[in-house]
Structure formats: structure tokens, C-alpha cells
Design a protein around this ligand. Sequence first.
Ligand SMILES: [Zn+2]
Ligand SMILES: [Zn+2]
Ligand SMILES: [Zn+2]
Length: 105
Amino acid sequence: MKHAMSFNAMSSGVPYSTNGSAPRCGHVDGLTPVTPLSPGCKACEKQGDGWTALRICLTCGWVACSDDSPHRHAREHYQETDHPLAGAMDPDSSWRWCYVHERKV
Ligand SMILES: [Zn+2]
Ligand SMILES: [Zn+2]
Ligand SMILES: [Zn+2]
């Protein structure tokens, strides 16, 4: 009689991802391809500074420097515009960063 209650937890229908923890990021839904608006971080170029890596805003195509860079203009762009997603400029990289969820999506 006792074994009948064992397997109910798996079928509760909770809309979480299969790895169990974080809710999935809905920001990636409905994304359309964007074209980079510039070849580098315009804000850094204005100041005569450099960057470590570039990010492209996946909402509007704005190009800015990454969190590894001294000025973190990509994060600044998110704070000004609420555009939640950034990707790498490298076309071989398919990861995307969600600033709202603070993780790769
Ligand atoms: Zn998100
Ligand atoms: Zn910059
Ligand atoms: Zn943007």
C-alpha cells in the first residue's frame, strides 16, 4: 500500500524549466534579428577610451561595451532604455544575456 504516493511531485504542472530552478526568460520571445548600429562602442569612442568586448542590444541594435569593460555602456543602455537583452557581436556566439534575469538565456 505505501508505494502509491511516491511519484506525484513530478506531475504538478508548475511552469518552470526542466532543470527545476529559475522561471524561463520570456524576453527572448518574439525577438527579431537586429543590425548593429555601429562597429564599436560610440560612447567609448567619444571619450577616446577602449573596451574589452562588445555587446549588441537585441531590441534596437545599439552597440556598447560589455561588463568586463571599464565603462559598461551596454548595462547603461539597459538602464536608460529597459531593453532587456544583449548578445555578443561575434556572429559565431549564440548566447544572449538578459539583464532582467541576470543570466544567459
Ligand atoms: Zn529575461
Ligand atoms: Zn563603452
Ligand atoms: Zn536597445
